[in-house]
Design a protein around this ligand. Structure first.
Ligand code: SF4
Ligand code: SF4
Length: 462
């Protein structure tokens, strides 16, 4: 079915099921320690003025942007939809127009064209387009003034959050994480059962009894995204077999079984609550180091917020790829790339590794060792395309839009005759698993996808 026929691009009514209802908003606000306002419009106006007064990047984006249009050619959401409001400069204009309408005549912006009084319909439009941004930061790489519209998106979403307009999907995920310690809301017995199941699979496939702990004191705590306990079991096998192979004394934690942090997509207060919980669990278990699994935005939140908090407690934080790279360089592990066959593996950087996570060469080094045929995507490293599911858009209501967004990286992979796309990130994996079947059908093709630790698992020998 043509996805465009099901979804009217640029129509805010598409987003009606997308917004959190009052009770969920109240739960999220209570957790963040803020009052739920009765007047969403006034709340948004007040919050926007406050942020513009204190946030230099937002002020710059609103006042310095010269509409040169350079960012249009970089932005996947604009390229995919051709909708100017779904572009960096278009999004900024939506809030700029509100600011203009608030200025007295004669002052800067006052009475200028485009001024727009904020009403419910316009607030819906702002929320719709700010929630269709992927927060991929591609625009920030290209803007001659260094304006990072992803930062503006985060700020506007934070103002929307405080005013009471929140995506149902991100609010649900945050609520799960804050209640249960993981985004999927998986209870401890389910997590333990999955870990035991994977242990048995490794024994069957590799003949090795891998050692690990769960909720016990250890030298290291290992924290993957919770999706790896649910839908990415091959990735989980890779972590467990590798950590066993290097003799790591590590524990899983069922109290905080989550590297992802949807506070990054919604509001910094939640980013801190979720990040601080991870730190408190690491402290309780007396670990010296926390090892992060495969997740782009999770790594960005971990690297930039959690690691500094861990360091305050005398605990280190590291991505598992650094450990794999070191094990390869020191000969601690043995690999057989033949185990991954003759397929052409295309590496595509998750946005938050390449533009915010400083994790670019390490996964490539590993990939070169675990497969025979590796190629880079034409748009790679800092120019990588978002998977099309980032920034909190990974929800069923937006699947038609996500398919449009996905065409960019899909075409990239096809142009280098790739058989399998490697994107080591939980959001990328979920987005690819939903969009590849549709795109393969449209293109009569047979592309597949995988994480990186999945391939390490297959190549690792005993
Ligand atoms: S962050 Fe990405 S999706 Fe959002 S405006 Fe910038 S380029 Fe477009
Ligand atoms: S590249 Fe920068 S200055 Fe040019 S339109 Fe985009 S945000 Fe404005």
């Amino acid at each position: 079915m043509d996805s465009k026929a099901e979804f009217k691009f640029g129509n805010t009514s598409n987003m009606e099921p997308f917004w959190a209802k009052e009770d969920l908003v109240k739960t999220i606000h209570d957790k963040a320690g803020i009052e739920t306002l009765t007047d969403v419009i006034e709340g948004f106006k007040t919050g926007l003025k406050r942020e513009i007064a204190r946030n230099r990047n937002v002020k710059m984006a609103i006042e310095t942007c010269v509409h040169c249009g350079a960012c249009l050619n970089a932005c996947p959401t604009y390229i995919a939809t051709g909708d100017i409001s779904n572009s960096p400069v278009g999004r900024a204009d939506l809030v700029r127009n509100v600011i203009k309408s608030e200025k007295p005549a004669g002052k800067i912006f006052g009475g200028l064209a485009g001024a727009r009084k904020l009403d419910a319909a316009y607030l819906d439009k702002i929320a719709t387009y700010y929630y269709q941004c992927l927060e991929c930061r591609r625009c920030g790489e290209i803007c001659p003034f260094g304006i990072d519209q992803a930062d503006v998106t985060r700020t506007v979403r934070s103002v929307l959050h405080d005013a009471g307009k929140i995506s149902r999907y991100t609010a649900t995920v945050i609520n799960n994480a804050e209640k249960t310690g993981n985004n999927m809301g998986l209870p401890a017995p389910a997590l333990k059962a999955t870990i035991d199941f994977v242990k048995d699979e490794i024994k069957e496939e590799k003949g090795i009894d891998v050692s690990f702990k769960v909720d016990e004191k250890a030298r290291a705590m290992f924290v993957p995204p919770s999706a790896d306990f649910f839908s990415n079991l091959e990735t989980l096998k890779g972590y467990m077999f590798f950590l066993h192979s290097i003799g790591m004394d590590y524990t899983f934690t069922t109290e905080h079984a989550e590297l992802a942090n949807f506070g990054l997509f919604t509001d910094t207060k939640h980013l801190r609550i979720i990040g601080d919980h991870l730190v408190s669990v690491a402290k309780k278990l007396g670990v010296k180091v926390v090892v992060a699994g495969e997740c782009g935005h999770g790594w960005r939140a971990f690297k930039n917020y959690v690691i500094p908090r861990l360091k305050e407690q005398g605990i280190e934080g590291i991505h598992i790829f650094y450990l794999v790279e070191e094990a390869l360089k020191t000969g601690k592990i043995k690999l057989n790339p033949d185990n991954n066959g003759d397929s052409v593996y295309v590496y595509q950087d998750p946005c938050n590794y390449a533009r915010g996570g400083d994790l670019i060469e390490e996964p490539r080094y590993i990939l070169q060792k675990v497969v025979k045929n590796y190629v880079d995507s034409p748009h790679s490293r800092e120019r990588t395309w978002c998977c099309g599911g980032g920034g909190g858009v990974l929800t069923d209501e937006l699947l038609p839009l996500r398919v449009e967004y996905a065409k960019l990286w899909y075409e990239d992979a096809a142009s280098v005759h790739g058989d399998q796309v490697i994107r080591p990130c939980a959001i990328c994996k979920a987005q690819l698993s939903h969009t590849i079947p549709k795109l393969n059908k449209m293109n009569s093709s047979n592309l597949t996808n995988s994480g990186l630790m999945d391939l390490v698992y297959k190549a690792l020998t005993v």
